[in-house]
Design a protein around this ligand. Structure first.
Ligand code: ATP
Length: 241
């Protein structure tokens, strides 16, 4: 079976600054794949290339065997950006309805999906409020709900739990595990939080647009002979500051 996401020798430069330097990554079906690295490492640029919002200067990105960018495959990709793209003057429910209407979901299923994702991100009681009255954490939760609205097979989440309290963070991780285990979804997540990196099946540690090292958290710690991921990062040549 082909990998769900295949990044092949991708490079990207913004005004002479190399942001991605010949990166290759394969992400298999049903994995939670973590992209971890310090601020500015290139994680967001990489996921934007996966989603088709940015184009690689050289190299190729395939998702579900389709060369990106490609609009047709967006039905199968749920994307949560780092900054929330929400309609502040609409309610949470109206935002969910709007994004649901962009996809092929019939009316009855739309209602079910909206209730399901609202429950999942703990916003059921706040659906009738305008998003302008939401806290930062509530906006993040709504953005996560929107990423899931069309029931995509691939979820790409850029720092999804920033600003979310520990209890709900745990709830979201439990749901990500359930989506992987019961529904076979492939989940790609960027983070710079090491305890979240530990929860991923496979990690790629990124710095200065390069993959420093990759593998399961356990294999990485074993091969660098250390007991935590910070030390893997440091030994692999990184610097988390
Ligand atoms: N559109 C753009 N134009 C110019 N430079 C950009 C653009 N987008 C990103 N960059 C630069 O590319 C580098 C990598 O940014 P990117 O957002 O991919 O990093 P990141 O690892 O996601 O960081 P963070 O964790 O802070 O989001 C940074 O130096 C950033 O300033």
């Amino acid at each position: 079976m082909e990998p769900v996401v295949k990044i092949n020798n991708v490079s990207k430069t913004y005004s002479k600054k190399t942001v991605l330097d010949n990166i290759s990554i394969n992400i298999e079906n049903g994995q939670i794949y973590g992209l971890i690295g310090p601020s500015g490492a290139g994680k967001t640029t990489l996921v934007k290339i996966m989603v088709g919002m940015e184009k690689a200067d050289t190299g190729t990105a395939h998702v579900l065997d389709v060369k990106m960018p490609n609009l047709n495959v967006m039905q199968d990709i749920g994307y949560m950006a780092q900054s929330d793209a929400l309609y502040l003057d609409l309610t949470g429910e109206e935002n969910l309805q709007f994004f649901a209407s962009l996809f092929r979901i019939n009316k009855a299923d739309q209602k079910k999906r909206i209730s399901y994702v609202a429950e999942l991100v703990n916003l059921t009681d706040h659906l009738k409020k305008k998003v302008s009255a939401y806290s930062g954490g509530m906006k993040r939760r709504l953005s996560l709900g929107i990423a899931l609205i069309q029931n995509p097979s691939v979820l790409i989440l850029d720092e999804p739990t920033v600003g979310i309290d520990p209890e709900l963070r745990l709830g979201i991780w439990n749901e990500l595990y359930r989506l992987r285990n019961s529904e076979g979804k492939t989940i790609i997540i960027t983070t710079h939080v090491m305890d979240e990196a530990l929860k991923c099946d496979v990690l790629a540690m990124i710095r200065d647009g390069k993959v420093l090292t990759r593998g399961t958290p356990k294999a990485l710690m074993q091969s660098y002979n250390v007991t935590n991921l910070e030390d893997v990062f440091i030994k692999a040549g990184g610097n988390l500051s």
